[in-house]
Design a protein around this ligand. Structure first.
Ligand SMILES: NC(=O)c1ccc[n+]([C@@H]2O[C@H](COP(=O)([O-])OP(=O)(O)OC[C@H]3O[C@@H](n4cnc5c(N)ncnc54)[C@H](O)[C@@H]3O)[C@@H](O)[C@H]2O)c1
Length: 359
């Protein structure tokens, strides 16, 4: 391996803290600069590490030292920042979703391919031991032929804890585009790409009240669906049923279950890197917990960057743009199906990313 990839962060809000905690543990990438439209936020990041310079967004994009832009802006800005970074000759790894719309996501994917630059996207949680151990169980045939999966995400809403939750309730947000990437990326990792979808969606109220921080009590508008159900038909023929809500209170359902002819699997929270995988074999009296068998051990947000940096030239990173684009198209198509009242075919296909050996 050569020199580490030099990373410049654009967008130093809430989630930057998680990445800053991970950076010291990564060997293939090095944080060198930070920028935000609110310059004080970039300065706050630079203050924590003498090797990091606070720059304006334009200066970071023009900086020769920066090889890759880590795009931690809000979803509506993801495509614009990614396209600027690619235009400046830099690889990009961004927070999810890849873009707020499939159209914007396609522009990012095409621009990166044309410039021969690497494109990666969260979630990288699927590279952790939880989802990777579940994947190994499926690949090893412990379930027999996979038939179906369920994915359930319930929260009464992120405005209860996030100080600036506006982006969760506009295009690019909602439970599907915000939390869906974890669940759908896991489902594609486990069962392969999706061929068509049927969706149904609703919105319980047109405004939300911010529950914490400097803007506590402020009312913000809701212009996106806040409860989404759907059925995905995977190219393999397996069917996944999803239930994503910012409206309901709580659930005791498994985050994800996968069912095959020979067994059923309980898959841990795809918004975490670890977690127990449980198998119930056909005819067995009880569930068994599978030993951890694959994935990055003790990983955290940012391991997808390390994985990208270690991916050979011309190869697709595991947390790659093609997978993120496919997941984005699936999400947008679920909402289109909900509003059009008919099944929607998915045009894009992506390979299941290579499994992560126990690392
Ligand atoms: N907050 C979480 O727990 C969490 C968890 C996982 C993923 N994410 C994802 O991370 C991304 C950011 O979320 P967040 O919670 O940190 O949001 P945030 O609003 O707290 O921070 C976003 C930051 O980006 C900056 N920004 C916005 N547009 C910009 C632009 N055009 N140029 C430069 N800077 C810009 C803002 O000033 C802000 O500092 C989102 O895509 C979100 O889905 C968030």
């Amino acid at each position: 391996m050569g020199q580490p990839l030099n990373v410049g962060i654009i967008g130093c809000g809430t989630i930057v803290r998680a990445y800053l905690e991970t950076f010291p543990r990564l060997k293939a990438v090095k944080l060198v600069a930070a920028a935000d439209i609110d310059f004080a936020r970039a300065e706050a990041v630079a203050k924590q590490d003498p090797g990091v310079r606070a720059l304006s967004v334009a200066d970071l994009l023009a900086d020769d030292q920066v090889d890759l832009v880590l795009n931690l802006t809000i979803p509506l800005a993801h495509a614009e920042i990614a396209l600027q970074a690619i235009g400046a000759g830099k690889s990009v790894y961004g927070e999810k979703p890849l873009a707020a719309t499939t159209r914007d996501g396609r522009a990012v994917l095409d621009a990166a391919a044309a410039a021969r630059l690497r494109l990666g996207c969260a979630p990288d949680t699927v590279l952790g031991t939880g989802i990777q151990t579940a994947r190994t169980a499926i690949d090893d045939g412990l379930l027999g032929r996979p038939i179906s999966a369920t994915a359930t995400m319930v929260t009464p809403g992120h405005e209860r804890w996030h100080p600036n939750p506006d982006f969760y309730y506009v295009a690019g947000g909602g439970p599907l585009l915000d939390m869906g990437p974890y669940y759908l990326t896991a489902l594609v990792t486990l069962l392969g790409p999706v061929a068509s979808v049927i969706g149904a969606a609703s919105r319980t109220r047109d405004s939300r009240i911010i529950g914490s921080g400097a803007r506590q009590g402020e009312i913000i508008p809701v212009t996106t669906d806040t409860h989404v159900s759907g059925v995905l038909t995977h190219a393999s023929g397996a069917l996944s049923t999803i239930f994503m809500s910012f409206d309901a209170v709580a659930t005791v359902s498994a985050h994800i279950e996968v069912h095959g002819e020979q067994g059923s699997l309980v898959v841990p929270d795809p918004n975490r890197f670890d977690g127990e995988v449980k198998l119930r074999r056909l005819g067995a009296a009880d569930w068994e917990t599978l030993p951890v068998s694959a994935g990055y051990v003790n990983s955290s947000r940012g391991f997808g960057l390390e994985d990208l940096a270690n991916t050979g030239n011309g190869q697709e990173p595991r947390a790659g743009g093609k997978l993120a684009f496919h997941v984005l198209e699936v999400m947008e198509s679920l909402l289109a199906s909900a509003h059009e009242g008919k099944a929607v075919a998915i045009e894009s296909r992506c390979d299941r990313p290579p499994a992560v050996p126990l690392t």
